[in-house]
Design a protein around this ligand. Sequence first.
Ligand code: HEC
Ligand code: HEC
Length: 430
Amino acid sequence: MSNVLRYGGLALSLSIAAPGCGDDAMAPADPGTTTSTGSTGDPAVTSAGSTGSTDGGSTSFDTEDSGATTEGMDDGPAPYEWELPPGFPMPQVPEDNPMTADKVELGRHLFYDTRLSANETQSCGSCHEQSRAFADAEVVPLGSTGEILARNSMGLTNAAYSYPLTWANPALDTLEQQILVPLFGEFPTELGVTGHEEEILARLASDPQYQQLFADAFPDADDPYTFEHVVKAIACFVRTMISGNSAFDRYTYQRDTSALDEQQLRGLELLFSESLQCHHCHNGFNLSDATRHAGTVHDSLSFHNTGLYDVDGDGAYPVGNQGLIESTFEADDMGAFRAMTLRNIAVTGPYMHDGSVATLEEVLDIYSRGGRLLDAGPNAGDGALNPHKSGFVGGFALTDQDREDLVAFLEALTDEEFLTDPRFSNPFEE
Ligand code: HEC
Ligand code: HEC
């Protein structure tokens, strides 16, 4: 697999910085998903984003499908009510894990519960903090047993739309698959569940609160306490972490022309300009080309080398963190990573797959230079000369004023509501 660019000739100007890149938006609903428009049955609703229905309020849908596969239809588990921000398409939801309010609630408890790690020291929330859009402040985090992870904890803003998941793993197709990594992974250990499955499930089963939560979430199961259910519930919860009420959203999707000030507007124009080219990779409603939603027909993967390293003069990234090549073994995939969403970017630093860039100003200077120069240390080299670098990272002139304007715009991508929304908060601290 090579670095497939999915920009498909979409020159995104402000007016179409829009919802679900044209090609996707025109597509019929993907038959492989259960994310129907639910009871409304109106196909136009799915593409609310593409039709620009920016009437200001949230659009709500429910995910109740035909019912045939929905567990416990007799007493009808309440389907989860999506309250998608204007401009947002429906996320894809795996057929075997339909969204229900009860699974989301169970998942929220599990996400924040340190009893889920073998030594009871860490939860998902330890590395994914709500006030940081579910990233953390570390360069790279430590797992529950103290092992160092290679990669920076990424924010979970709109992870429901991430495709594929994580910084550079083309095999992680769904949240359900990704969540197995922090739970069971041993290289390195994160929550350290492997070998402690029964013990951990017994902890949950003995807690009256979980007895209720599991019974509600999986009413038809003979044994509700399984890791399959744990994973499904957490995936449902993470899938609800949708953020789309930044000042940028109010300006773009909610017709509030006063939402961005002059400086932020200058930054917006720069970001979407052909001289900076950011939008070739950070595009669509989620400002990331590694995005998928219900109705997406092109499931091609996008990874890019942005010229952060060149340790051997031949394009190598530091051993142990070389990106897509670690999965594909294709020389040209050296240093290729996923273009993250720029939403909530001001609160998720430090940046990049290895947390090696401290501030947004530094990020901009690296792109302006067309790659990073490291003139000392074990990783010394000029990333601008990396032969695997994307053609869109060619460098550009950036005045101090431009840099300030861009940072001001990137800060306008912060959705304060998301960072404090009680629906995503730690239930054990209530
Ligand atoms: C020790 C810190 C740590 C813990 C604990 C942890 N994560 Fe993560 N998480 C990370 C890091 C680091 C990445 C990036 C991994 C990579 O690219 O290899 C990540 C990536 C993710 C992603 C991918 C998001 C995307 O958009 O691609 C999801 C989802 C996620 N974690 C959810 C969880 C859940 C759910 C749990 C609990 C079961 C959890 N994490 C526990 C550090 C952690
Ligand atoms: C060729 C595609 C491409 C272009 C063009 C591009 N980016 Fe990126 N961007 C990426 C990728 C890939 C990453 C992750 C790279 C890594 O970690 O090695 C990234 C990372 C970032 C990050 C850090 C994300 C995080 O969560 O740590 C920011 C901020 C960012 N880019 C902003 C910009 C801006 C601003 C521009 C325009 C000046 C731009 N990007 C141009 C692909 C691109």
